[in-house]
Design a protein around this ligand. Structure first.
Ligand code: HEC
Length: 166
């Protein structure tokens, strides 16, 4: 064994030891974050969202997220029927921020903030009856029903929306 082999062998041992240390720290961090009171930011509760959807949204958007019949044509009063929230609708064309605002503030207020006037909205705001976390759970439930393609496209809309500072 010449000097070169010894030198080459040393760092490998150190890399292995360092690797174990990193794993141990990562393990401890996981355990710690698992029992803290701070909820993980992505921890939306889709099961609770499904219950809240049935209670608050299904009457218009349908128990199976199918929307109301002829949802693309406004009724005699000029108000649009409720669109589906499944992949046949256009909910997945919008980023998280817009979906959240539309649910919390309602259609009229959201459209007004977007500069759209003269549209009669049939979508009520839920800011007084649902907490922000409940709204996020409902949206997480709706998203969980979409196929991967729609989920991915919607994720990109959300990123684009965030880049615009929304
Ligand atoms: C009284 C009927 C009604 C109820 C209840 C209702 N919606 Fe709506 N919603 C509508 C209508 C009608 C529209 C179509 C757009 C408009 O008129 O502003 C709509 C549109 C939306 C949109 C925009 C979709 C898009 O593609 O533009 C979202 C998001 C939405 N609703 C979420 C919800 C959620 C979540 C709930 C339950 C918390 C809910 N809605 C309850 C009637 C309703």
């Amino acid at each position: 064994m010449d000097q070169g082999d010894v030198m080459a062998g040393l760092p490998m041992k150190w890399v292995a030891v360092a690797g174990i240390a990193v794993l141990a720290v990562a393990g401890a961090t996981l355990v710690l974050s698992g029992n803290g009171d701070t909820p993980m930011p992505e921890a939306a509760d889709t099961a609770r969202g499904a219950v809240l959807y049935a209670e608050n949204c299904a009457s218009c958007h349908g128990a199976e997220l199918e929307g109301q019949p002829d949802w693309r044509s406004p009724g005699p009063d000029g108000v649009l029927p409720a669109p589906p929230h499944d992949r046949t609708g256009h909910t997945w064309h919008h980023g998280d921020g817009m979906l959240f605002d539309y649910t919390k503030l309602g259609g009229a207020e959201t459209l007004k903030r977007m500069g759209v006037t003269g549209v009669k909205s049939g979508m009520p705001g839920f800011g007084d009856s649902l907490t922000d976390a409940e709204i996020r759970d409902i949206l997480a439930f709706i998203k969980s029903t979409w196929p991967e393609r729609e989920r991915e496209l919607q994720r990109q809309r959300t990123l684009a929306e965030q880049m615009k500072g929304n």
